[in-house]
Ligand binder design. Structure first.
Ligand SMILES: NC(=O)c1ccc[n+]([C@@H]2O[C@H](COP(=O)([O-])OP(=O)(O)OC[C@H]3O[C@@H](n4cnc5c(N)ncnc54)[C@H](O)[C@@H]3O)[C@@H](O)[C@H]2O)c1
Length: 350
C-alpha cells in the first residue's frame, strides 16, 4: 500500500480544511462525493498522513494539530470534528510571515524555533506543503530550502514564485526532488469559471471586449493579500484569464478587498461584455460565492499524491503536468483541457 507522509507549513485556514478533509474522507471505503479524484495512483485520501506541522501563532504552537486547526484566527467552516492526531505543531522561524495588517491578528509564540530540516527528517516527511500567507515571500523560499535539506518534495500553494522560478526549480532538479507550484487553483475556482465562460463565448463567435473579476473575502489571507500581494495576485490571475481568449481584450482579474464579517467566505463578481451576430451587445453580470479554504482541499489531496508518484518515478524539478493542473502560475500555462489530460496521463503511469 502506497502512503504519503506530509508536512504542513502554516496551520491556517487551508491547513484546517486539509486536515478536516483527511478525517472526513478517512475511510477507504467511504463516500468520496466532493472529491475531484478519489484515487490517484492507488492512493486514497486515507493514504495521506500528516506527520509534521509548523506555525508561529501562540494559539497553535505546542498544540495537537486537531486542536490547532480550529484555533483563532482560523475562521473557516467546521466540516467535521478532528480526533487527536499525535502531531504537535512546531514553532517555525517568523521571517516575513506576518505583515503590518496581520501583526495584530497573529499572536507570535515566544517558544524557540524548531530545527525545521531536522524535524522533517525525523518525522520522515516526504512532501512539504507550503501554506504560508501569500506575502511571506522570504519565508516561502526559506522553507523550500529546508525541504531540499531534508530531501522532501515541495508544494507551493502561495503566489510566490518557486516552481516557476527557473533557478529554484533547478535546485530541486539538481537535488533529485520534485516541486509543484505556484499559486494553487481552487476546486471550484473563480479563475477557472471565468476562463470557461470566456472560452464558451469566444468559441460561439462572441467577440469579448471587456471583462473583470473582483474577489472579496474575510480570512486572514485576504487581509494579507490586500496589503502585500494584491498586485502580484492580480497579475497572475489576469495573465491566466487572458490566456483563455484567442485574441486581445481588456481583462482585469484579481483579489480586491477584505470584509471581516465575511469570515472565510469569498464572493467573486464577474462582468463580461462583448458582441455577437451583427455586433449585437451582450453582457454577463454574475456573483459566485464559496468558502475559501475547503476550495483548496481536493486539489491539495491530488497534488500531494501526484508528487508522491513523482518521487516513486524519480522525477525531479518542476513537474509540468502537476503544475499546469493544480496551479495558476505554472512554469508553462496550457489550456484547462490539456492540463487535465496531461495530469491524467501522468497519474495513470504509476
Ligand atoms: N482556496 C484557498 O484558500 C487558496 C487558494 C490558492 C492559494 N492559497 C494560498 O494558500 C496560502 C494559505 O492560505 P490560508 O487561507 O490558509 O492562509 P492563513 O493566513 O489562514 O494561514 C497562514 C498560516 O501561516 C502561519 N504562519 C505565518 N508565518 C509563518 C512562518 N514563518 N512559519 C510558519 N507558519 C507561519 C500563520 O500563523 C497562519 O496560521 C496562501 O498563500 C494562499 O494564497 C489558498
Amino acid at each position: 500500500m502506497t502512503k504519503v507522509k506530509v508536512a504542513l507549513i502554516g496551520v491556517g485556514n487551508c491547513a484546517s480544511a486539509f486536515v478536516q478533509g483527511l478525517h472526513y474522507y478517512g475511510s477507504s471505503e467511504g463516500d468520496f462525493t466532493g472529491l475531484r479524484n478519489p484515487t490517484i495512483g492507488s492512493m486514497k485520501p486515507s493514504d495521506i498522513q500528516v506527520v509534521s506541522a509548523f506555525d508561529v501563532d501562540d494559539r497553535k504552537v505546542g498544540k495537537d494539530l486537531a486542536e490547532a486547526v480550529f484555533a483563532q484566527p482560523n475562521n473557516t467552516l467546521q466540516m467535521t470534528d478532528v480526533p487527536h492526531t499525535g502531531v504537535i505543531v512546531n514553532k517555525g522561524p517568523l521571517l516575513d510571515g506576518v505583515g503590518q495588517s496581520t501583526k495584530n491578528v497573529v499572536k507570535i509564540s515566544t517558544v524557540p524555533d524548531a530545527n525545521v530540516a531536522t524535524t522533517l527528517r525525523d518525522r520522515e516527511a516526504e512532501v512539504v506543503v507550503n501554506l504560508l500567507p501569500s506575502g511571506a515571500a522570504e519565508a516561502t523560499r526559506w522553507y523550500a530550502e529546508q525541504a531540499l535539506k531534508a530531501r522532501c518534495a515541495f508544494v507551493n500553494a502561495t503566489p510566490n514564485f518557486i516552481a516557476s522560478d527557473a533557478a529554484v526549480a533547478k535546485r530541486f532538479s539538481e537535488t533529485g526532488l520534485p516541486v509543484a507550484g505556484d499559486d494553487l487553483v481552487d476546486q471550484v475556482g473563480s479563475t477557472a469559471l471565468h476562463k470557461t465562460l470566456l472560452n464558451l463565448l469566444s468559441a460561439n463567435g462572441v467577440r469579448i471586449t471587456e471583462t473583470y473579476q473582483l474577489d472579496v473575502g474575510g480570512g486572514t489571507e485576504s487581509l494579507d493579500t490586500l496589503e502585500r500581494t494584491r498586485e502580484a495576485k492580480r497579475a497572475i490571475k489576469t495573465q491566466s484569464v487572458a490566456s483563455s481568449l484567442p485574441y486581445k481584450a481588456e481583462v482585469v482579474a484579481g483579489t480586491t478587498d477584505y470584509v471581516d464579517f465575511l469570515q472565510n467566505k469569498r464572493d467573486s463578481y464577474f462582468w463580461i461584455s462583448g458582441a455577437y451576430f451583427g455586433n449585437s451587445p451582450m453582457q454577463i453580470d454574475l456573483k459566485f460565492s464559496t468558502v475559501d479554504a475547503p476550495n483548496a482541499g481536493s486539489v491539495l489531496f491530488d497534488v500531494v499524491r501526484a508528487l508522491k508518484l513523482a518521487l516513486i518515478k524519480k522525477q525531479k524539478g518542476s513537474i509540468a503536468p502537476v503544475c499546469a493542473y493544480a496551479f495558476k502560475h505554472p512554469p508553462q500555462i496550457v489550456s484547462l483541457e490539456e492540463a487535465e489530460e496531461n495530469f491524467k496521463k501522468f497519474t495513470a503511469q504509476a
